[in-house]
Design a protein around this ligand. Structure first.
Ligand SMILES: *Cc1c(COP(=O)(O)O)cnc(C)c1O
Length: 389
């Protein structure tokens, strides 16, 4: 993989401050109304072009600055912001699918994505099929002439299987040349691997996670290199009212400068916690793509230079779910909460019974999202909480 300097690129990103005020911080610009000099000027600009300011919903200097920085981070050309990662995901589906089309999602897809396929998309006449993320042949078998969009996620949510991305993309190109390939790249954050170099058409991110880094912002993004695809996405974006607030944009811009450092620290700490968990007698397996033996490890090793801060624990067969839940309640440093990427380490038990349809399982697993505390503190917390296991 090519050498990149994402921290320097993000910190020294082109920005023109007001004359005589050379501060590193990008100003917070807000506005719903944006004044025009005269009627001719008002008639000249079209919001869909996104090259001038028309109305706050369609861009401000702050949102354009964040979009440009996110494009740099991922090696994309065009970026759109949405009020959450889930909104970004739905923007892609709503822009690219119509009645009669088919959509493919991996079995370990971010859960709410599967729910929107089951509910809104199904109600609008858009069918979906679920494929085994570890089997490109299964994906190939589920493609039809109606397939218009295939989602990838690397690794998948909760169980963290790292798919053969190149194999999955090749299967789509061979079996459904009419389909677009979208990657939910929240875990990779533009740092772990180069999504566009692999050949995806677009990515989405929950900026809520690592880019914000504070556990205090909800935001999402969609990125692509393809101008025509961007125009389709931007048209639906502009008609959907997906605005983001200037103060939230400021928080994400501020977070981006420390993103590579935080990501590396959380990656290193997660591997330390994983190594400890691997030798704990109550733990049957640690799911973490950088560990040999974790599903898809070979693909992670082939494509990635980093591994984020997530790990999931499988317990010894027969461990009652209630025992695992009691251990979670005994945690003092880890907090029980959704999401990840902020300073506080989080733990959530997941009963897989209703979360998978291809690779069914009835076990309860524990997903850990490592924050910014010292790893020794986290390990001591897990050690005391796991005494009852
Ligand atoms: C959190 C998450 C999302 C959704 O992001 P929100 O901003 O919480 O809506 C989407 N995909 C993945 C993989 C996520 O982890």
């Amino acid at each position: 993989m090519s050498e990149r300097q994402p921290a320097a690129e993000l910190i020294h990103h082109a920005y023109q401050p007001p004359a005589g005020f050379a501060s590193p911080a990008v100003a917070v610009h807000k506005g719903s109304s944006i004044f025009f000099e005269n009627v001719a000027a008002l008639k000249r600009v079209r919001w869909a072009d996104r090259d001038a300011y028309t109305y706050g919903l369609h861009g401000t200097p702050s949102t354009f600055a964040l979009e440009a920085r996110l494009a740099t981070l991922e090696g994309a050309e065009h970026v759109l912001l949405a009020p959450s990662g889930l909104a970004a995901l739905n923007l892609v589906n709503h822009s690219l699918l119509k009645s009669g089309d088919q959509l493919l999602i991996p079995d370990n897809v971010y859960g709410p994505s599967r729910n929107s396929a089951r509910h809104e998309l199904a109600a609008w006449g858009i069918a979906h099929a679920v494929y085994d993320p570890l089997d490109p042949a299964d994906l190939a078998a589920k493609l039809t002439p109606a397939t218009r969009l295939v989602w990838l996620e690397a690794p998948g949510s909760i169980t963290l299987e790292f798919p053969d991305l190149l194999g999955l993309i090749a299967a789509v190109r061979a079996g459904a040349p009419q389909a677009l390939v979208a990657l939910d790249n929240t875990w990779g954050a533009g740092l772990a691997f180069d999504a566009f170099a692999l050949g995806v058409d677009l990515t989405i991110h929950a900026l809520t996670k690592y880019p914000s880094g504070g556990g205090d912002v909800l935001m999402g993004s969609v990125a692509t290199r393809d101008r025509a695809l961007f125009e389709r996405l931007a048209a639906t974006h502009g008609r959907s009212g997906l605005g983001v607030g200037g103060n939230d944009v400021e928080l994400v811009l501020r977070g981006l400068a420390s993103l590579p450092l935080r990501y590396a620290a959380q990656d290193a700490a997660a591997r330390q916690v994983a190594a400890w968990a691997q030798q704990h007698p109550a733990v049957a397996q640690v799911l973490h793509p950088a560990l040999p033996g974790s599903p898809g490890h070979v693909h992670w090793k082939q494509l990635c230079r980093a591994a984020a801060g997530l790990l999931t624990l499988r317990f010894q067969p027969g461990t009652p779910g209630a025992r695992i839940e009691a251990a979670v309640d005994a945690l003092r440093v880890f907090r029980l909460a959704w999401s990840w990427g902020g300073p506080v380490s989080l733990a959530v038990p997941y009963d897989l019974t209703h979360l998978r349809s291809v690779n069914r399982s009835e076990e309860t697993v524990l997903r850990l999202a490592i924050g910014l505390e010292e790893p020794e503190v986290l390990i001591a917390d897990l050690a005391q909480a796991f005494e009852g296991l």
